[in-house]
Design a protein around this ligand. Structure first.
Ligand code: G4P
Length: 542
């Protein structure tokens, strides 16, 4: 027996002993927000505190800007950069933190929904002046569906904001979750003095001239009645005393279990661009946020502490180089230890695959790793084997759940614009659908192919990528539809009747399942009323 064969199993044995420890010290989460609330800024500041980056700007480059709605070339450029920032890993006080990046642009909301399937908790950023916005609501609905614990960070207190009590009420009502402020702001805008930490009973003082410092002055302040308070925050002392009295009355004792059960959201106030309030957020986060949790499959729940490796692909990223059609598949490890060069089962393909250069990501660089633990995200070099949602195991035939496609709301017929490139077009469309860029339906009425997307930008992205990566040309024809939804029924007669009556609106998805293409909200509503034995599904997983 040579040295390697002796050495590797021994090393693995030690790692298995470490498995428990490694799982318990991991936190995998995403920062979500309505565009412009400060997600990119906060992410960057978390990385700064974690020592993963040393200058501002490293994450910013990944941002798909609002102004880019028609400028998808810019998106293509940024897509390249975002491979590196898709997952950002850093260590803070012995805790290994994996931040999963989510696209800022709302046309890519579906990417965000899928990323949420791979996290154990989220931080929601809210702009203090704007309060709860539409995208925040949608994302929160997904978190609620998945019972993901959330922490709220109310940002931009250095600007004129809504009244903090009103904000707390608004969050509670609109996001439908009880809130529990753990810090509270002292004034706002140009009069912003800092926050009072209700948990540690400390005063964190804000001086706007100290913009880029990471250490703000913190004063222990258990007795707010002390006249010393005036020394620090002047006229605002009286208001803080009455605010804290009120808060102590309304929000008694923070209960971590309620947070972990997604019943209560702790709330922090601060200013990301000024690094203010981030340390409190991060310190609390590492204490309360959950380590990797159980994940549901079609057969059973997988516990991260199980020794056998399991994982699923939640994101696929195409290579930017048009000469190489390879991609990166992002595998979330759900249990056991992932090892480089070990053969794993790709459940959907029923094949064994080995990965010789799996990557992890650290801000702007990627590194080849030998092992990865539950909660980690591993980038796998892929030549077309993976689809979103694919499960990888040590042989067990299970499929992880909770990575659905959402019913699209924008539709176009897609046609081949270059008859010589039919094969390339078919292959390109197939690959792009595997990546989850859009969904492909075939009309049962006329056999034409229909592309359905969540955002309008995807149409441009598809056309551009087909041409530049596959050498194929497509053209679109408008199609006015309201929504696509999957239908199923135990009442075969009613289903047959429905499909006959609606035959011009029936299609199949890539898996041959029945899809109803509703023209209008009214048509959908009356279909639901008139065909009560038919179930209409708005995500592909049912
Ligand atoms: P997003 O990823 O959620 O879309 O938001 P992002 O972090 O890019 O922040 C949006 C804008 O808000 C940025 O300004 C950013 O500098 C600003 N911002 C973030 N946090 C704060 C804060 O605490 N206070 C104030 N006053 N502004 C904040 P921008 O002008 O769009 O970009 P830039 O020129 O600053 O890069």
């Amino acid at each position: 027996m040579d040295f390697i064969t002796l050495f590797v199993p021994l090393r693995l044995k030690i790692l298995i002993m470490d498995l428990q420890l490694e799982i318990k010290r991991r936190r995998t989460f995403a920062v979500i927000a309505h565009p412009d609330a400060g997600k990119t800024t906060l992410t960057e500041k978390l990385l700064l505190f974690g020592g993963a980056i040393h200058t501002a700007g490293a994450v910013r480059s990944n941002k798909i800007r609002k102004t880019a709605t028609s400028d998808f070339m810019e998106i293509e450029r940024q897509r390249g950069i975002s491979v590196a920032t898709a997952v950002m890993q850093f260590e803070y006080h012995g805790i290994k933190i994996n931040i999963l990046d989510t696209p800022g642009h709302e046309d890519f909301a579906e990417d965000t929904y899928r990323t949420l399937s791979a996290v154990d908790s989220v931080i929601i950023v809210i702009d203090g002046a704007k309060g709860v916005e539409t995208q925040t609501l949608k994302l929160m609905n997904v978190c609620r569906m998945r019972k993901t614990p959330v922490i709220v960070f109310i940002n931009k207190l250095d600007r004129e904001s809504k009244d903090p009590f009103d904000l707390l009420d608004e969050i509670e009502k609109k996001l439908q979750i009880k809130v529990h402020p753990l810090t509270f702001p002292i004034n706002m805008g140009s009069r912003f003095k800092g926050v009072y930490n209700l948990f540690d009973r400390k005063l964190n003082l804000f001086y706007s001239e100290n913009k880029q410092t990471l250490d703000f002055e913190t004063v222990e302040f258990t007795d707010l009645t002390s006249v010393e308070l005036e020394k620090y925050i002047g006229d605002d002392a009286e208001k803080l005393r009455s605010d804290v009295e009120l808060l102590d009355g309304v929000y008694a004792g923070f209960n971590i279990d309620e947070y972990l059960q997604a019943k209560v959201a702790p709330v922090f106030f601060g200013s990301a661009v000024n690094n203010f309030g981030i340390k409190e957020l991060l310190d609390c986060f590492i204490q309360i946020a959950p380590h990797p949790q159980k994940t549901l499959t079609d057969i059973r729940e997988v516990d991260p502490f199980e020794e056998k490796m399991t994982g699923f692909v939640f994101k696929i990223h195409a290579n930017m180089d048009p000469n190489h059609r390879d991609r990166v598949a992002f595998l979330k490890i759900c249990s056991g230890i992932f090892e480089r060069n070990r053969a794993y089962t790709h459940v959907a393909l029923g094949r064994q695959l080995k990965f010789s250069s799996p990557n992890t990501f650290m801000a702007d660089k990627k590194t080849v790793i030998d092992f990865a633990f539950p909660g980690d995200i591993v980038g796998l070099h892929d030549t077309g084997n993976f689809k979103i949602g694919d499960t990888v195991t040590e042989g067990e035939i299970i499929n992880f759940q909770g990575i659905p496609s959402f019913s699209p709301e924008n539709f176009r017929y897609i046609e081949n614009a270059d008859p010589m490139k039919f094969k390339q077009l078919a292959k390109g469309i197939d690959h792009l659908m595997d990546e989850g860029v859009a969904q492909l339906f075939t009309s049962r009425f006329n056999g034409r192919k229909i592309i359905g997307t969540v955002g309008m930008l995807q149409f441009d992205v598809i056309q551009y990528r087909l041409e530049h990566e596959y050498g194929a040309k497509c053209k679109y024809e408008p199609l006015n539809l309201y929504k696509a939804c999957w239908i199923k029924s135990d009442n075969a007669t009613q289903l047959a009747d429905f499909m006959k009556r609606k035959h011009t609106n029936m299609a199949t998805d890539r898996h041959g399942r029945n899809v109803y293409l509703a023209d209008t909200a009214f048509a959908l509503q009356s279909a639901q009323t008139n065909f009560s034995d038919i179930k209409f599904y708005f995500t592909s997983e049912f």
